[in-house]
Design a protein around this ligand. Structure first.
Ligand code: G6Q
Length: 546
């Protein structure tokens, strides 16, 4: 069935009219003044997450139209297609079934008519056995010592999830193991990660879906050389110090890793949706199999909520629709994710990939151009640090930047008044962004007239606040699933394929051409543009090549 253009949908024109009708200033002040119950009503709650979107630039009517929009683009049917294992990643002809990774006993998820949950369980079981052996010291390295450090080697989806989850769940991690992450092909990353490590007590987890990614394979080869140099070149050490997480058994074997030490996953798991597959092995090694199950439980709870809750109370759907409202109708080009939770310090980087690689698209599923701006630029840093840096631009700059504030009522590290101060700052920021400070208010404080414009805050910067009691593995799972499904919701409205990433290909091909030109001992014939040619010559000369 041909898809109806967005502009022809009644809800879209209604939303465009709502946008035009927004007051030029003081919109949130008027909305809150006119509706004292707004802050209690424009909220939704599920899976331990309290989602307050009352400080967004919308009213009940806008919300109703957004829900109608979701119905008119058939969001429900598209959610069901994903959960049913349809090949919704149409450009790669793949199912998109990360929800199967967190299935409960008795659940069934099928790809091509075959239930995949038994395979998921089998891998989780093997991961648990392996993790326990490492954690309790039964697995010994070459030379008989127990493993003390785990180094995950991977990039993109095979790195950002593991790093983010390790940092997020550090307070649940064993103290018997140290964890490091290597991703960049810059040799500095590897060298610094292994600095001071003892090779015979180090385990490398080579995480790569394809097992052909240049950066990861280069780092993995350097890791093997580093190990073998310490083991007198004895290649049998590799089996004790390398395990692989991959879908590509052949390449894993070709690298020299025993297939018995490989943990598999499947082509229906996209890289940026893979942190709860075997790609989470480093997470399980850190927090143990039981806590890992709790993490999966949190994901699953949000999956079920997304699948079953009415759209007007559905956290991921609401979050996604609000992002569409801000991005496509209100002209906001970026969004900031601001965790007031030090453990979530890598969460913005994780979301950057999840959102921007998924929805950074300019064509619709059928190849025609999109009808409106799509995926926002996602960025952020933990509060309160950001307040002393870039918040100035959010408060008084010329861009309107919607913000997501994330915070826990209780700290995992209670320390005097720290948590209350942290939360006071989070709440103060969303309040200041929403309501600002008028010129009259500034003047009434006795501010000299020439300073008034400098000290005025326009307000009307939209934000949502996601509050939870304490950061647990389950909460982290629900939080990640909330954003995964929000991204999906946005992609459905924009009618784009959120599950491919062709945009990363061109640079890879060009790098493959340039590499020999940088390395060749003889002066190469260069046929690039004059800028690239000059840069290549300059690098060669600095490296003492002709
Ligand atoms: C994620 C992307 C990408 C991928 C990396 C690593 O959705 O596909 O970030 O995860 O390129 O790929 P491999 O796991 O195959 O090494």
């Amino acid at each position: 069935m041909a898809k109806m253009p967005l502009r022809d949908l009644p809800a879209w024109s209604g939303l465009a009219a709502k946008r035009r009708g927004l007051p030029a200033a003081q919109a949130l002040r008027s909305m809150f003044a006119a509706d004292p119950g707004r802050g209690d009503r424009l909220v939704a709650e599920a899976c331990g997450l309290y989602f307050d979107y009352s400080k967004q630039l919308l009213d009940d009517d806008t919300l109703r139209l957004l829900v109608e929009l979701a119905e008119q683009v058939d969001l429900r049917r598209r959610i069901e297609a994903m959960f049913r294992g349809d090949r919704i990643n149409s450009t790669e002809d793949r199912a998109v079934l990360h929800v199967a990774l967190r299935s409960a006993p008795g659940d069934s998820f099928e790809v091509d008519g075959r239930d995949v949950t038994a395979g998921v369980e089998e891998v989780l079981g093997r991961m648990a056995v392996f993790s326990e052996r490492i954690r309790d010291g039964r697995w010994l390295g070459h030379g008989g010592k127990r493993i003390r450090t785990v180094v995950n080697i991977g990039i993109g989806g095979s790195d950002l999830g593991p790093v983010m989850a390790y940092e997020a769940l550090r307070s649940y991690a064993t103290h018997d193991l140290d964890f490091r992450f290597v991703s960049n092909v810059d040799g500095t990353d590897f060298s610094e990660a292994v600095a001071g490590l003892e090779p015979t007590t180090t385990l490398f987890v080579v995480s790569s879906k394809t097992f052909t990614t240049q950066e990861t394979m280069t780092n993995a080869r350097s890791a093997r050389e580093w190990l073998l140099a310490a083991c007198g070149g004895d290649a049998s050490a590799v089996a004790r110090h390398f395990v692989a997480v991959s879908t590509n058994a052949m390449e894993v074997a070709a690298f020299g890793i025993d297939p018995a030490n490989m943990f598999g996953f499947w082509d229906w798991v996209g890289g940026r949706y893979s942190m709860d597959s075997a790609i989470g092995l480093s997470t399980m090694l850190a927090i143990g199999p039981e806590r890992f199950r709790e993490l999966l439980g949190g994901f699953r709870a949000m999956d079920r909520h997304f699948l079953t809750a009415p759209l007007e109370r559905n956290l991921p759907a609401l979050h996604g629709l609000i992002t569409v409202w801000n991005t496509s109708l209100c002209g906001c080009e970026t969004m900031a994710v601001l965790p007031y939770e030090q453990y979530l310090k890598r969460f913005p980087a994780y979301l950057q990939q999840l959102s921007m690689e998924s929805n950074g698209k300019r064509v619709q599923i059928d190849g025609t151009l999109v009808e409106c701006p799509t995926g926002p630029v996602v960025w952020g840093e933990p509060g309160t640090n950001g307040q002393h840096s870039f918040y100035q631009l959010i408060h008084q700059g010329t861009h309107r930047i919607p913000c997501d504030f994330l915070g826990a009522a209780q700290s995992l590290n209670p320390l005097g008044r720290h948590q209350a101060m942290l939360l006071a700052n989070m709440l103060a920021q969303s309040e200041a962004l929403a309501f600002g400070k008028t010129a009259e208010e500034v003047a009434a404080e006795g501010t000299p007239a020439r300073l008034v414009p400098h000290r005025e805050f326009p307000g009307d910067i939209p934000s949502s606040t996601i509050l939870y009691d304490r950061l647990t593995p389950a909460i982290l799972g629900s939080l990640v699933a909330l954003y995964e499904h929000s991204v999906f919701t946005q992609g459905v409205v924009w009618n784009i394929n959120s599950f491919d990433q062709w945009g990363v290909e061109l640079g890879k091909v060009l790098a493959g051409r340039i590499l020999p030109e940088l390395e060749s001992p003889a002066s190469p014939d260069l046929h690039h543009d004059s800028s690239t040619n000059a840069l290549i010559r300059r690098i060669r000369s600095a490296r003492h090549l002709p």
